[in-house]
Structure formats: C-alpha cells, structure tokens
Ligand binder design. Structure first.
Ligand code: NAP
Length: 493
C-alpha cells in the first residue's frame, strides 16, 4: 500500500491531524493506499512557505524560471507510462486516455516554458515627446489551486505551470479521489529543481483544506475547476476578501448533426465525446441535437456502435469505457436515468448499473442513449457526468442553435455539416467558449484558451496565453526622459 504525505516548504511532511484517507481503485474496489486528511494549520504552514519563497522567485528572470519547466516537461515525458498507469488505477479512465492526459501536461510544460521568454506586455507610443510607455506582467503572489479528479494532472498542469513561470508560488489542493497522481506530479517539480516553498501540496477535503485556502488572506488568487455548486460557494467566500477567482465549472455540451452531415463521422464524434472518460468530462457530449431527416438513421448507427463498446478495467488495452469514479456517482447517474424515463424520454440502450462478473467489484454504468428528448427535460438541462447522452430532434439549424444555447452552461459545442455557410452561422451563434466543426465536443489543444461562457465560468480561461492573465497583474510604466515635468492630457493640447 502506497502512502503519500503533504509537500510543504520542500519537505514531505505528515498532516498535523495525523489522519489519513484511503485511495480506492474505482475499477476493482481495491485499496491502493492513503493520503493525509489535512487541516487549516497545514494550509497556514504551506502559505507561510509560499510567501517566503515567492519573494525571491519573482526576482528570478522568467527565462531562468522556465528552465525548471523544461525539466518538468522532460521528466513527465520520461515517466509518461508510469503516470498513466497510476492515473487509470485511481480514477478509472482507460489507459489510452490516461496517456493522452499525461501528454497534455507534457505539452503544457513545454508551452509554458516557452512563455518564460515571452510573457509579452505592450509598448505603446506616449502622447508626449521624450517619454516612453509600456505595460508589463507581474506575478499576483500566491495562487491557491483547487482541482477535480476527472483530469487530475492535465488541469493541475494548466494551472500550476503558468502560475510558476509568471513568478507566483503555489498552494495546491488536489481532489480527494486522486491523491497519487498529484503526489507524483509534485515529485517531478521537486526533481526538476523547483526551489523549495514554491509548490506546496496539501491533501485533504474540500470542506476543510479547500475552504482554508479560499479564506486565507495571504492567498491572492484562487483557481478552481469543479462543480458549479462548489464554484459558486468559493466565489462568494473569496469575493468577501476581494480575491481574484478563476472558475471553470460544469457543461451540458451538445453535438449538432445536420441533414447533410457525414453520419458515420458524426457517430465517431458522438461515441468518443459521450462515452470517453465514461462521460465524466466537463466537455462530454450529453446532448445530440439532430435534424429530424436523419434522426432514425443516426439512432440506429449509434445503438449499433454502443453495443460494440467493451466495458471494464481501463488498464486493459481492449476496454473502451472504464468505471465511474465512485458509488455515489453511480447512483447519481442512475437517478438521472430514472428521471429521464419518468419524464417521457425513450431509452434506446443502457440505463443500468453493470454488475456482471468482475464488474461487480467496481462502479460501472452501461453506456446509455435516450431519444425523443425535449429541451425542457431534466436530462437535457442538468450535468449528469456519466455515460449518458440524449437525442433531441429539431427541424432546422436555427432551432438547433436555440436548443444548443438553451442551457445554463456554455462550455463546448459541435456541429457536423458539409455546408460551409451553415457551419459559419453555427460558429458565430453557438454561445460556448469552445466550438468544434466536424468533430465531437472534446479534444482541446493546450495552446488555445479553455473555458466557457454563462454558468460554466466567470470569464477567465485555463490554457493558452490567456492563462497568464489569471496569474499576472498588469503594471503600466511611464518613463519620461525629457528632463522636465510633462503633464499628460494638458501640456500637449
Ligand atoms: P467538485 O466536487 O466541485 O470538486 C472539485 C474540487 O473542489 C475538489 O478538489 C474538491 O475537494 C474541492 N472542494 C469541494 N468542496 C469544496 C469547498 N467547499 N471549498 C473548496 N473546495 C472544495 O467537482 P468534481 O466532482 O471533483 O469534478 C467534477 C466537476 O468538475 C464537473 O461539474 C465538471 O464539469 C467540472 N469540470 C470542469 C472543467 C472545466 O474546465 N470547465 C474541467 C473538469 C471538470 P474534494 O475532492 O475533497 O471534495
């Protein structure tokens, strides 16, 4: 059994509580090991270390800070397979997806290391003679990171790498369900030579450690990815302290299939984005908006493909769909399916907890497809976060856009069509932070901003250069070399 400790001020230390939580493999029910149940006091110690370390880190030239990130990238690459195995064991996604997730962290590390030599600000002409004007990025200070279990290393990389290259220190609380991959990521930072105190890892529950991070007066920015319920609470608490928050939350993403679409391609896109990671992606396709002219054909093709999916332990290379994260998640998914049936949706396949043979030991839900779903039904509005998707028939592109935009979330949407005019209309009118054309709703690349509109976020973005906006302040600097007092807006008018 593995056992992890907190990482504070460059040391692996136990929590002051002396207590631990167990880490369970959702595919088998096997206990993998344990991680500390930390307290507010552990967070206080982490913040103290972060504060001290950040004072000198902010003065290290950004290209030199980036050298550590290049080393992080190299080590992630070297350990890609080992990390992927840990990831699948503790959160269940199939191994090929786990490898892809680690690759995302590798890509992000190289990309953000490159930012060490850019971190662009602006130089602009001054309105006065012999005067120079520019704006530069400066670190915010201490970043408190709170991350979910569904992309436990990718999301941690989206947040910690830009924070560090920009000159901040980090206090990180990973999800309770995925402590080991967090511990391994921090070991890589340590081995890469990140000075002590800059990356502090505090394991523990959201209610205790998460709240302590949000409430700590010396943590300047909270970057959170997770559910809307928790994001809202964090924003309220942090708002009282006038703290910056970057929130990435839920989705209710839709694939739109028009009557001229390549249906086989659309089926590939829907299967991948509805059932990949067992539907537990923030960008999962949980609605399929289809033109009524091709509805039946699409349904038949989808049902056939779903029947071919192999369900099981994600460590088996042949498996397509792994378990869901835990028992309460399984029950929540099943509850939504029952509500769908009760509200009049037609169940085409799936709709049950799987317990045959080995599956009995883990948390498996049958890939589920509903049809004749109305936009007003609960299953068409709320995030289910499991392998369940719903076909909603429409009569036109205009109606599809209306349905696509009718939910409280705004993360990702996609359209399958060969008509460039209609595709451009959808690209303009889908009210989501991400739009895919002739692809499913998932598959973000790290050099573009990632995040959503409406209830999905609060206007910030992870990933891409946009991530730097979260972890930096703008400082505007005027240098007057005229040798006399020049008054802007007065002396030149
Ligand atoms: P969650 O329950 O909101 O948890 C997310 C993180 O917040 C965990 O580390 C959790 O700790 C912590 N937390 C819980 N209560 C807290 C509190 N009161 N104060 C501070 N922190 C607290 O979400 P999840 O179930 O892990 O993740 C699934 C959700 O994340 C879905 O809604 C999904 O759409 C969303 N998500 C969004 C994106 C995006 O970029 N938009 C990406 C991935 C996932 P514990 O683990 O200890 O509870």
């Amino acid at each position: 059994m593995k056992s992890y400790l907190n990482f504070i001020d460059g040391e692996w230390v136990p929590s002051v509580s002396g207590k631990f939580s167990t880490n369970v493999n959702p595919a088998t029910g096997e206990i993998l090991g344990k991680a500390p149940q930390s307290t507010k006091e552990d967070v206080d110690r982490a913040v103290l270390a972060a504060k001290k370390a950040q004072k000198s880190w902010r003065l290290v030239p950004a290209p030199e800070r980036a050298e550590v990130l290049y080393e992080v990238a190299r080590l992630l690459k070297e350990r890609k397979e080992e990390l992927a195995q840990i990831l699948t064991s503790e959160m269940g996604k199939v191994i090929s997806e786990a490898r892809g997730e680690v690759q995302e962290a590798i890509d992000m590390a190289y990309y953000m290391a490159g930012e060490g030599r850019r971190l662009f600000g602006d130089t602009v002409p001054s309105e006065l003679r012999n005067k120079f004007a520019m704006s530069v990025r400066v670190p915010v200070g201490i970043a408190g990171l709170i991350t979910p279990w569904n992309f436990p290393i990718a999301i941690a990389s989206w947040k910690s790498l830009p924070a560090l290259v920009a000159g901040n220190a980090v206090v990180w609380k990973p999800a309770s369900e995925t402590p080991f991959i967090a511990g391994e990521f921090v070991k890589i930072y340590q081995e890469a030579g990140l000075p002590k105190g800059l990356m502090n890892l505090v394991f523990g529950s959201g209610g205790v450690v998460g709240n302590a991070i949000v409430d700590h007066p010396d943590i300047d920015i909270i970057s959170f990815t997770g559910s809307n319920e928790v994001g809202r609470q964090i924003n309220e608490r942090a708002g009282r302290l006038l703290k910056r928050t970057s929130l990435e939350m839920g989705g209710k993403n839709a694939v739109t299939v028009l009557e001229d679409a390549d249906l086989d391609l659309a089926v590939d896109g829907i299967i991948w984005s509805a059932f990949g990671t067992s539907g537990q992606r923030c960008t999962a396709c949980s609605r399929v908006i289809v033109h009524e002219a091709v509805k039946e054909e699409l349904e038949q093709k989808l049902v056939k493909r779903i029947a071919e999916l192999k369900i099981g332990n994600g460590l088996d290379e042949e498996v397509n769909v792994g378990p869901v994260i835990n028992r309460s998640s399984l029950q929540k998914i099943d509850k939504y399916v029952k509500i769908g049936i009760k509200e009049g949706a037609k169940l085409l396949c799936g709709g049950k907890i799987l317990t045959d043979g080995e599956l009995e030991k883990g948390h498996y839900y049958a890939p589920t497809l509903f049809t004749d779903v109305k936009p007003s039904m609960t299953i068409a509005k709320e995030e289910i976060f499991g392998p369940v998707t719903s076909i909603i028939p429409v009569k036109s592109l205009e109606e599809a856009i209306e349905v696509n935009n009718s939910v409280e979330f705004g993360l990702s949407s996609s359209i399958f069509s060969r008509d460039v005019n209609r595709v451009f209309q959808a690209m303009r009118d889908f009210d989501t932070g991400i739009v895919y054309v002739n692809a499913g709703t998932t598959g973000a690349e790290i050099h573009l901003p990632f995040g959503g509109t409406k209830g999905t976020g609060n206007g910030h973005r992870d990933s891409g250069v946009a991530a730097l906006d979260v972890y930096t302040e703008w400082k505007s600097i005027y240098v007057d070399y005229s040798g006399k007092l020049q008054r802007a807006q007065i002396d030149n008018k």
